[in-house]
Every structure is written in C-alpha cells, then in structure tokens.
Design a binder for this molecule. Structure first.
Ligand SMILES: CC(C)(COP(=O)(O)OP(=O)(O)OC[C@H]1O[C@@H](n2cnc3c(N)ncnc32)[C@H](O)[C@@H]1OP(=O)(O)O)[C@@H](O)C(=O)NCCC(=O)NCCS
Length: 133
C-alpha cells in the first residue's frame, strides 16, 4: 500500500480533479469544473483527496442532506487501483458521515461499471433498484 495522505479538497485542486475525472469517466458523465467548484464551496459536501508524493491520485465527493449521504463520485487513477485506496477514502468519508448522523448512503453507478459495483458490494452496499431509460 503506498504511503498516501488524505486531505480536504479546495479550489486549487479543481484542475487536477477535473483531469482525473476525465480519465475515470467518459466525457458525457464526467463533471465539469464549475460543478466541482460548487461542491468544493458547499459546506454540506464531504470532499477528501488522496495524495501521493504531492500529486492527487484519487478523491471522493459526498453530498449530505438531512440524515442521508449521496456518493457523487469516487475516482482513483487507473495505475493506483486495487491497492485499497478507494476503500480508505470510503472509510474516511463514512466516519465523517457517522459524525454527521447520516443513517443511509445512496449512490448511482452505471450498470455496466462492474469494477465499481464489485467495489461497493465489497464495502457492504446493496442494489436497491435498476433505472432503465
Ligand atoms: C471503483 C474504484 C473507485 C475502486 O477503487 P480502488 O482503489 O481500486 O478500490 P480498492 O483497491 O479499495 O478495492 C477494494 C475492494 O473492492 C473490490 N474491487 C475493487 N475493484 C475491483 C475490480 N476491478 N473488480 C472486482 N472487484 C473490485 C475488491 O473486493 C477490492 O478488494 P481486493 O483488491 O482486496 O480484492 C476505482 O475502480 C475507480 O476509480 N473506478 C473509476 C471511477 C468509478 O467508476 N467510480 C465509481 C462510480 S461513482
């Protein structure tokens, strides 16, 4: 496991977040910089980055509303996957959610995103429904 540092994301990280998100997701579902900026400024959003050698290698954003948390995105650069970094980010975010009295966490993931579905299942999340369009 690399020696990563967790930190709270701020405006100066948006460029790097944007680039990572473009690597992790197709352009039609990746966030734009304005959206990242809004979440970074929002006090109801948990925003945690993972740094290695001063470079961001992954991050998580979770929106809090009442006693709920919605995972907006979790991104790990491909070359750092399957090292436990996603799990570390989720565990840290879950700790903060518990401190904020969150009792239920939601997320949406593309039905063909098998790695992410396996990841969430491994962490104890379960499928509540399938949205078709
Ligand atoms: C999903 C994602 C965040 C997982 O991050 P990660 O750092 O690779 O995950 P971890 O190493 O912490 O994995 C924890 C466990 O999840 C499961 N898992 C993770 N990736 C998996 C994969 N590709 N296939 C099967 N199981 C997987 C495994 O059980 C793994 O434990 P193990 O490696 O000991 O077997 C990462 O693949 C990613 O950034 N994907 C692109 C963006 C994305 O789809 N985000 C989620 C949708 S919002």
């Amino acid at each position: 496991m690399p020696d990563i540092e967790l930190f709270e994301l701020s405006q100066k990280d948006i460029e790097e977040m944007y680039e990572i998100d473009r690597i992790c997701f197709p352009p039609e579902i990746a966030f734009d910089k304005e959206t990242f900026s809004l979440y970074i400024e929002d006090n109801n959003t948990i925003k945690i980055g993972a740094k290695l050698n001063n470079k961001i290698i992954g991050f998580i954003l979770i929106y809090l509303f009442y006693e709920f948390g919605e995972i907006l995105t979790i991104d790990i650069l491909p070359e750092y996957r399957r090292m436990g970094i996603g799990k570390i980010l989720m565990k840290e975010a879950e700790k903060i959610m518990r401190e904020n009295s969150v009792i239920k966490v939601f997320l949406e993931v593309a039905a063909n995103n098998k790695p992410a579905i396996e990841f969430y299942k491994k962490l104890g999340y379960r499928i509540e429904g399938i949205i078709t369009s």
